[in-house]
Design a protein around this ligand. Structure first.
Ligand SMILES: [Zn+2]
Length: 171
């Protein structure tokens, strides 16, 4: 092989890598995106199972806070610590002091050594306005939910704050 031929081969190889690189990156990103979708669905399924801990009769909601692929907190709707495990009065109306699942999950982080900064919240029902405020202030950057709450002002506030919203429907 002549030196010129050798140089030509090196150049050809260089060009090959240069132009195949974006393709390579794309191929590496594709499974990641699919994996993220799969993780989202599975964490949300776990939140749905966690909701079963709630003793509320009207609606059971479950929440998980995930950061760096670790569950750092969990919650379900219920009364504050030390209160009777009863969410509704005799007429079936929810007591005003009942905490929502995401509020319980966020305040649980406050009690721990963890930080919810840049974390993802998995919640079975989309957040209400009051919880949306807590989500924004806690530094959560993604919210993945399954069912839509009857009011959409919570979701709208989160969107306004630049929080990524992912809606996964279950059959
Ligand atoms: Zn709420």
């Amino acid at each position: 092989m002549s030196f010129a031929h050798f140089l030509f081969l090196i150049k050809a190889l260089h060009l090959h890598y240069k132009y195949s690189k974006p393709h390579f990156v794309e191929n590496r990103l594709m499974p990641y995106k699919e994996k993220q979708e799969q993780f989202d669905r599975r964490y949300l399924e776990m939140a749905r199972i966690w909701a079963k801990n709630s003793y509320c009769k009207r609606r059971q909601v479950g929440a998980l806070i995930v950061k760096d692929k670790m569950i750092i907190s969990d919650g379900y709707n219920g009364t504050p610590s030390g209160f009777e495990n009863n969410c509704e009065d005799e007429s079936g109306r929810t007591y005003p002091y009942v905490l929502h699942a995401e509020a319980n999950a966020i305040t649980k982080v406050a009690k721990s050594n963890n930080s919810s900064e840049n974390a993802t919240l998995y919640i079975t029902t989309s957040p209400c306005l009051e919880c949306a405020k807590l989500i924004i202030q806690s530094g959560i950057i993604r919210v993945v939910f399954a069912d839509k709450y009857h009011q959409e002002d919570g979701i709208n506030l989160l969107k306004k704050a630049g929080i990524e919203i992912v809606h996964i429907k279950f059959e």
